[in-house]
Write a protein that binds this ligand. Structure first.
Ligand code: ADP
Length: 496
């Protein structure tokens, strides 16, 4: 008897497996961290074989933990750290190099040269992305240019490229399937998101052979079946999506205009924009949300570089708090930040400011300022930065948002959520299952496997744990935002 949908959540620091019931309830979860490899300043790698071994072991343990077996699994949904690049030998399955992680900046010079050659608009129009080392394309090129013999092999058609989802599908199917989904393809900087195909012009510019690329499939579809010799069962892989897109799906943002914010180390805001891509030139990314039922859904994405990381800084750098959770207790000891603003521009500012030279400031300090004001102002900065990105989305789309769905570690902070609601002037909805990334992957798989008949079925599962409503008026909001803007202006162009 089938009972569970298995979500494999392959993240940047750990591999996790969650078993969900049809109702979206978590019945088992196992997580394993793996080593981060830093060969040089600004370089980040993972061992692809460790990614695989941790992922398959948490999968089997999650079943073992509740005395279940593969026979009880409807199928598998995969969600993954995005953009991270793996290249392997099609014949042996051996990676030719470590996985180059999304955070890795090693291709910054090459990206600069693409910009200098005037490719920014072309790349934006075709892929919806900005030229940046973040995306997979220049990482693939780096491997071909720097690993001995790799380019010759790739040109002979002997190498495969994949993002982490593709690597896991390959391993799970015993090398039978080389595929990815629309959402992951849209993060490579090689995929034409309007024409839905690998872009031969971009491949030529970056000198990447077409034969390396995976087949691109709808996010909710049968990708293949697990190799029986691996786990003793042939289980369908029915859903695949990059982590932020999966979270958007897990939050049931199925309709145009619905959006979610994930408050993690950084913050990721994604808004479903329906079936046509909206290419903008204001620092927001256009990306594929998912492919489902023969249609492709797009999203606008904006990110805040330093979100929960600012709370880590209060804890580890400033030693003002002992744990991230403490921030709420201390911040609630004062009625407001006492005019203090913290702009956590630790590594510059993203949308809508786009200033890599901005640096963090604490401003508005008086003799009456104490540590609680600074803690509170740091929490509030997470809400202000989110509001700035939403503001940009609203201006881009020409309409106001009506509510915001939240998840991620820092969404547990009630004071932050209440302030966020106040600053935006809309309701904030926190679901009872905050594992929205894994849930989204499970839902995508469940739809392909017939566990659910439509997204309406899935919506019935959604349980809201808490709604935060605005308490202050528009005048208050305007005032606060204007003080924030003045503080941000003073943080800009600091680093020489
Ligand atoms: P990631 O997936 O990026 O590692 P998580 O979603 O696990 O992030 O969230 C962890 C981040 O959230 C950390 O940066 C931490 O400082 C912050 N955080 C966790 N709990 C709280 C809290 N109660 N209040 C404020 N920040 C928090």
């Amino acid at each position: 008897m089938k009972k569970y949908i298995m979500a494999l959540d392959q993240g940047t620091t750990s591999s996790r497996c969650i078993l969900f019931t049809k109702d979206g309830e978590t019945v088992s979860m196992v997580q394993r961290e793996f080593p981060q490899i830093f060969p040089k300043e600004g370089w980040v790698e993972h061992d692809p074989l460790t990614i695989w071994s941790t992922q398959i072991s948490v999968a089997t343990e999650a079943l073992y933990k509740i005395g279940s077996s593969w026979d009880e699994v409807y199928g598998i949904g995969i969600t993954n750290q995005r953009e991270t690049t793996i290249v392997w030998d099609k014949a042996t399955g051996e990676p030719v190099y470590n996985a180059i992680v999304w955070q890795c900046r090693r291709t910054a010079d090459y990206c600069k040269s693409l910009e200098d050659s005037g490719y920014s608009n072309l790349i934006k129009e075709k892929t919806g992305l900005l030229i940046d080392p973040y995306f997979s394309a220049t990482k693939i090129k780096w491997i071909l240019d720097n690993v001995e013999g790799a380019r010759a092999k790739a040109e002979r058609g002997e190498l495969a490229f994949g993002t982490v989802d593709t690597w896991l599908i390959w391993k799970l199917t015993g090398g039978a399937v080389h595929a990815t989904d629309y959402s992951n393809a849209s993060r490579t900087m090689l995929y034409n998101i309007s024409e839905l195909k690998w872009d031969t012009e971009l491949l030529k510019i970056m000198n990447i052979p077409y034969s390396m690329l995976p087949e691109v499939k709808p996010s909710s579809s049968i990708f293949g079946y697990t190799d029986k010799s691996l786990i003793g069962a042939s289980v369908a892989i029915g859903g695949v999506a990059g982590d932020q897109q999966a979270a958007l799906f897990g939050q049931c943002c199925f309709n145009e205009g619905e959006l979610k914010n994930t408050y993690g180390t950084g913050a990721f805001l994604l808004m479903n924009t329906g079936n046509t891509p909206r290419i903008t030139n204001n620092g927001l990314l256009t990306t594929i949300a998912w492919g489902l039922d023969g249609k492709v859904y797009y999203a606008l994405e904006g990110s805040v570089f330093t979100c929960g990381a600012a709370i880590q800084w209060l804890r580890d750098g400033m030693k003002l708090i002992e744990s991230a959770q403490d921030s709420e207790y201390y911040a609630s000891k004062v009625k407001d930040s006492g005019g203090v603003m913290v702009v956590p521009a630790f590594s510059g500012l993203g949308a809508p400011w786009w200033d890599p030279y901005a640096r963090g400031i604490i401003i508005g300090i008086t003799r009456a300022t104490n540590k609680y004001h600074i803690i509170r102002a740091t929490l509030e900065s997470m809400a202000f930065q989110t509001a700035d990105v939403i503001d940009l989305m609203e201006r881009t789309l020409g309409r106001k948002i009506t509510e915001l769905k939240v998840d991620g570690g820092a969404s547990a902070n009630n004071l932050l959520m209440a302030f966020q609601s106040d600053i935006l002037g809309v309701n904030i909805e926190r679901p009872s299952c905050v594992e929205t990334t894994a849930l989204g992957a499970a839902y995508l798989a469940g739809l392909a496997l017939g566990v659910y008949s439509s997204v309406e079925d899935i919506k019935e599962n959604r349980k809201v744990e808490k709604i935060f409503s605005p308490k202050n008026d528009e005048e208050w909001r305007k005032n606060k935002k204007s003080v924030w803007r003045r503080a941000v202006e003073r943080s800009l162009l600091w680093q020489e």
